[in-house]
Ligand binder design. Structure first.
Ligand code: HQG
Length: 178
């Protein structure tokens, strides 16, 4: 049973394409666990509720939340589909980091950081995490984001349940190469 593979499919469903597995997300991004298990069994016959709970518990980035009754699951961040996961608006540290690939640098320094196909730009609180995020796209580069100035100018930040900082976009004047 390849839990990593199943988790990737769960993320795909909960963040981007629930329709691919005929799964319904409510407006807060929750999916029924029974529906997830039943519909994912078409691809992973040995999948079960117990395995889903193990995946949620063991996930290193804590990507998923369960509701109180433990009958619904949602992704904590990373969505491209427009659901309201009830993010808390928070004042960030003065500096946050964004890991990206060198090949995107010119474009970022012209346009600022855009959320691309997600709802938010994802920011990390430490450089090591940012390097790991950037490596997913190629040779990494870390940008430091002047959140203090952004807050002073009225930009809004959110902290996801699993500790990822999110904001709608970051204009060029707040970005420095770290
Ligand atoms: C780049 C993973 C050109 C941006 C990670 C990034 C994260 C631009 C890419 C989460 C640009 C989008 C999100 C511009 C932004 N011109 N490129 N103007 N503005 N970009 O995957 O932040 O494992 O959507 O720098 O850990 O890499 O999936 O965002 O390189 O937390 O849970 O466009 O995904 O988490 O890529 O990653 P992504 P991301 P999970």
């Amino acid at each position: 049973m390849d839990k990593v593979k199943i988790s990737k499919t769960m993320s795909l469903i909960l963040r981007h394409h629930p329709e691919k597995y005929n799964i319904h997300l409510d407006k807060h991004g929750w999916a029924s666990i029974d529906e997830m298990v039943t519909n994912l069994k078409t691809k992973y016959p040995h999948f079960s509720k117990e395995i889903l709970f193990e995946i949620v518990k063991e996930d290193k980035k804590q990507r998923y939340s369960l509701n109180e009754n433990k009958d619904k699951i949602r992704a904590n961040q990373g969505h491209s589909i427009s659901v309201d996961v009830e993010l808390k608006s928070m004042i960030p540290p003065d500096i946050l980091y964004h890991g990206t690939a060198i090949k995107f640098l010119d474009s970022i320094m012209q346009q600022g950081l855009l959320s691309k196909n997600r709802l938010y730009v994802h920011l990390s609180k430490d450089v090591d995490t940012a390097i790991q995020v950037g490596q997913r796209h190629g040779k990494p580069v870390v940008l430091s984001i002047d959140c203090k100035s952004m807050i002073n100018q009225g930009y809004v930040f959110y902290l996801s349940e699993n500790g990822v900082w999110l904001t709608k976009n970051v204009p060029v004047q707040f970005i420095n190469i770290f």
